[in-house]
Structure formats: C-alpha cells, structure tokens
Design a binder for this molecule. Sequence first.
Ligand code: NAD
Length: 494
Amino acid sequence: MSLSQGKSSSRKPVFVLVGGTGDLAMRMLWPSLAMLLQDGFIDEGLRLVSVAREKVDTEEVRSRVIDALKKRVGKDLEHGTADRLVKGLTHLALDASDPDWGKKLKAELGDIDQLDVVYFLSVSPTLFKPICEQLRTAGLSNAPNRVIIEKPIGRDLDSSKVINDSVGHAFDEARTFRIDHYLGKETVQNLLALRFGNAIFEPLWTSRSIDHVQISISETVGVGDRLGYYDEYGALRDMLQNHLMQLLCLLAMEPPASLQADALRDEKVKVLRSLKPIRADNCFLTTARGQYGQGFAEGHAVAGYLAEKGGPSDTETFVAVKAEIDNWRWAGTPFYLRTGKCLPTRTTEISIQFKAVPHSIFGNEAKANRLVIRLQPEEDIALSLMNKSPGLTSDGMHLTQLDLSLSLDAVFDANGTKKPRRRIAYERLILDALNGNNAQFVRRDEVEAAWMWVDGIVKAWQTSGMKPQPYAAGSNGPTNAQLLLERDGRFWND
Ligand code: NAD
C-alpha cells in the first residue's frame, strides 16, 4: 500500500501530522513534504491533516507553513510549490487530553476504510500512549495505516518498553516507523554502498586490518531552550543511545543478505547484542563524561551549564565511550564514540584507522591509511594513501600522504553537472514511510538492545560515583576524553 506517486491503491492517501504547528514540523516535516511534492515523489492527491492543540484555523496554519518553507528551503522552492502543498492541508485544533480526540479526528478524516493513513506523531513521547489509545479505540489504527514516532523512545529500557507497548497495542511492528533521522542522511546511506557495493573494502573490514574506529558528533551550541528536557537526558541518552549507536551498527554489522528491512535490522541488532558491557569497575577507563563551563562558543560568551540551569546538575553535556564488540570480526578493535555541546566545530565524522604496514621500507614516513567519512558540515569521503613525493631528491625517496576523495560534490563539479540538492534527511524517511518501507527505521529490538547497553553505563556511573568533568565552552571537551585514547596510544582525529 502506498501513498506516493506511481503506486496503485484504491484507498485515498492521507498524511496526518500530529503536532503540525510545532518546531520539528515547521523546520523539517512540512519542508520535506514540499520538496517531495516539488520533485514528483508524492502527488497532489496526498491529503495533509495537521492536528495540534493550538486553537488556530486552517488559513493560519497554511500561512505559517508557507513562511516556514521560505525560511527552510526558500532557495530551492519553485514558484507554486508552497501553494500546491497547502492546498491539500487542513488543520484540526484538538488537545490530545480531550477524551473525544479520536472520534473528532475520525469525523474529520471521513470513511477510514477508504483511506491509507500515515500518522506522524511530532509531539512529546508522553502523548504517544494516549494518542495511540485513541486511534485504536476510534478504529483509526487498523492496517494499512501506519505510525511514525521520533526519539526519545524512552529514557531507559523500562520506559522505552512502556512507549513501545502502548504504540504496539495500536500498530503492529511492521506498521511502526521509529525515526532516527541520521538514517535518512545521504552519507549514512552511502555507508551501505561503500561497504557492500565495493569488493575492495570487505576483506579489510575486520580487526586484522583496522586498528580502531572513531565516530564523533560535535555541536557548537549549548542546550539553549531545551534545558528542561536535556537535564533529564544528557548527552548519553540524547545522542549516543540513538545516532551514534546506529552509525556504529552500520559500520560494524555483517553483510546482510539483502536490503530488505529485516535482513538489515537483524544484522544491526546482532552488533548491539555483542557490545561488551561497561561496569562500575571499568567505566573510568572506558568512558569520559563532561559538562561545559564558562567559555566562548560560536563567538559568544557562555555562562556554563550550571549557570544556565541556575542550580546543581550531574547531567553530562559531553560523553565519550570506548565500545568493544565481542565477536570474531571486531575483537581487539575498539570503536570510540564521542558527542558533546559547546565544542569548537560542528562536525559529524567517522574515522576508520587502518593498521600500519607490517614492515616499513620507508622508515617512519609511511603513515597508516585512514578512511574519513564526513556527514557534517560537508558530506564527503576521503581515503588517505601514501604517495611518493613528486620530483627528484638527492637523499632518496620520500613519501607524502594524499587523500583520494570520494566527494560526490567534487564528482558532479568535475562533470560540469548541477550538484544534487542536499536533501533534508526527513525527505527520504517520510517517502519510505509513505511507501511502507521500514528498512531505514529502527526496530523495537534495536531500541531495546541499545538501551540495555546504555542503562549499564548509567548504572556504572551511579555505582562508581563518576561525575561529569568540567570543560571550558569552546574547548575540545574534558581531558578525560583525550586520556581515553591516549591510554591506548591513540589520538582523536581533530
Ligand atoms: P514543539 O513543542 O515545538 O511542538 C509540539 C507540537 O505538539 C505543537 O504543535 C503543539 O501544539 C502540539 N501539542 C503539544 N501538546 C499537545 C496536546 N496535549 N495535544 C495536542 N497537541 C499538542 O515540539 P517539537 O520540537 O516540534 O518536537 C516534537 C517531537 O519531536 C518531540 O517528541 C521531540 O522530542 C521530537 N524531536 C524534535 C526535534 C526538533 O528539532 N525540534 C528533534 C528531534 C526530535
């Protein structure tokens, strides 16, 4: 069953955006739908229903959406796209605490048996349960209707089970789409192409050839107006449990038999279940926690996390973890994961450090190869290779390290072809959900396996009394994060 163009369905497609007036909807979701419409991936027959508690009318929401499109995708927006999008949009002002929420939505939607609905719940996870319950009792959640939910899926294993149970009561697993928007990024998708579309990497993709892997997501901003939420979660739960662990899975998993959703997700979950637990007696050697203090970020003075909060807090704004995968492929090759706020640069980068040549005939001039995959700020891939330094020298041959660039932008530039527009990660994910393809969505057992490992880290910190170490805003994070690698004779690729 599909809502997108070219697929036949006797049911009429509907996209219901619960929280349609919120920040995520305005910055990401409506702009993604507009771009999908403009590029012909969805057709104008797609009915859009915004549902939120704000007492505003359809005209007001349409006008806010048009403003949001101009802000987010203004330079790519063709004349007429915004009008075509909002033409099919209606807004329903409904508070989820209204016991008749489901009935009222049903009255708005019409005969549900004639519809093929995707619900995107862009609201606080505390509302997932009441909303799914209302959808179920109103008869709005039957197949083929589907639901998309966003992180955070809980704050630990137990709370994630409560959310998953309540959603699962209304929508079975095949019709539940848990978004991790990193999975919609072009370069993240390219990891699959790189690993499984090339014969040259796979024989090297083991601990025999790879010394270690680093995955870093660094942000220049502080917590801003998310303080209330963030203080409950911290960097470990907010970023590592989902984005960093998903990247880890894609890098470390065994080759799946196909790109089918369960073939991929079966392999990812095996990685999560092979992670060596972190305990109170080893967390000081395998993790680093930090909290930004006074300093400068993005050219502005930052008062520090505690001053922003106006009280004490043990929440980490930086975390680094040495993840070890106990299986044949990766035993002995650590994956260092790191993320933090108020750092000097906004980057997302994967660095795969190969081992040095077994015997160097060039003295210490031969540096080990490194494959760097950048997701932010630019998306590119570079493989460092040793080359002979060009020219003639009287003291023999010298080496220079050069990058073999796999930058898509560069390839398109060289061909004189127009660069493809950098898509919003949600575009691909919304399109997949409309088409019923959940390969790039997170399955329940993945969420639970990730929480199980992360809960172990939280417990280790609590039992051992390991508190966040302060770091100056604008610095590279706490010194313990440097020591985490230096103890192993390694350095972050900064
Ligand atoms: P927001 O507060 O800006 O918007 C929430 C929306 O839900 C609004 O439309 C509001 O009217 C509606 N709403 C709130 N309470 C309601 C109720 N009782 N009944 C009906 N409607 C209600 O939130 P947001 O930033 O858009 O985030 C939405 C979800 O997405 C959250 O779960 C958040 O954690 C997640 N998320 C947001 C971002 C982001 O960049 N904003 C990123 C990742 C995940």
